[in-house]
Structure formats: structure tokens, C-alpha cells
Design a binder for this molecule. Sequence first.
Ligand SMILES: [Zn+2]
Length: 231
Amino acid sequence: MRLHVLGWQGPWPGEGGALSGYLLEASSGEGLLLDLGSGSLSRLTRIREPKSLCGIVLSHLHWDHISDMFPLSYMPGLADLPVLAQEEPFFARKALESGPWRLLPHEDRVLGPFRLRFFAARHPVPASCVRVECEGRVFVYTGDTNTVPGLAEFCRGADLLLADAGLVESVYAPEKPHLSPRLCAELAREAGVKRLVLTHLSPAVPPEDVLAEAGAFPGAVCAGEGLRVDF
Ligand SMILES: [Zn+2]
């Protein structure tokens, strides 16, 4: 599989940046999109036509993960495209229902070559972590979450973990809605994953500061413009 980072910042973008958006590609050519925050759609169109996707998984309905879904809805060829989305918040769900696609719940299912499983995250709105198995490889995306019992088990043995490192230690707190780089590294170690990419990064924090806190998992990298990982 190949991961393309389309957007890596949150909850707002820095200059020239983009918010949460990730494309998974199978070696057979099929594509699965995970989230589509602002700036991610234009980057997606550099790589492939949206109508060629097997489906879209929205981890949750916060604007920084879905805002480019609305201009996407004007593009041709998207009728019946599976879009896996939560039911709440109501106003965001209502807006998504105006699109041409087919909204489906977060339930274990197969889209093209991608086998999907979901795990309830800890976030202020209903949110999921997503595990994708394809071609004998395993990818896990935490979406937005803070610590939650069972998460390491859900991530167990992943070839690549894409984790929410949205709050560096100076601003992290257990009741806040994101993990820290340190907690992402500890999660990756506990789960025995092979590679770790840190994402949902604040534009105010330099990537080297993020990585300095992720020392528990040597080799971790920060998501960023144009990052591509084959695994
Ligand atoms: Zn969120």
C-alpha cells in the first residue's frame, strides 16, 4: 500500500498548509480517501480523479476533517460513491446529505480491496479510529482522539500507524481532544507497529519539536507536504 498525505495540519492551517486528508492506494491502483479537510482536495486532484475512489471514510464530522467535501460535491461522477460518516453533529451531517454520494455508517465492511474496521475514539463528537487491511498489509489511522482503553490492541501489529499528535506536552491534558507526540510514540511501541507518522499538527509548532517528544518510537516522522510512504 501507499499513503499519500494530502493535509496534515489542524485544527486550522498555516500558510500554504492543508487540513487532515489522506489517500491510501493499493498496488492494484484502487484508492481510498480518509478525511478531506480544507486544502486536501486540490492536492488529491494532483494524484487522481476523485471519481476513481473506492470510497471515502470521514473519521468524524469536525470541519477540519470534512470542509473540502463541499466543493467536492460539485465534481462530476460521484453518484453512489460510498462515504462512511457518523450521524452527528446534526448540522454537519445535514450538510453532507446534500452531496451526490451514498452515506453509510461506520461499520466493518469491504470497499474494493480495502477491508475496514472501526474503533470508537475519545473526542467531543462521535469519532472513529480506522483499521485498513489490504494486500496483506495493515494501516491504522487514529482520527482525532485522546487516550482510550483498547486502542493499542486495535492498532496491534500495524505496518503503518497514522496518529493524532495534535497537542504537544506544554498544552496537552487528559481531558483534551487529542493525543500528544509522546503518547503517540508510546501507543506505537505498545501496539508493536512498524512505522509511525504523526499528524494533525499545529502550524505553530515546528516538526522538530514534535519529533523531539516522540523519542519513545525512534524513526517516527511528521506528516507534511507531499509525504508519501510505501509500506
Ligand atoms: Zn476533531
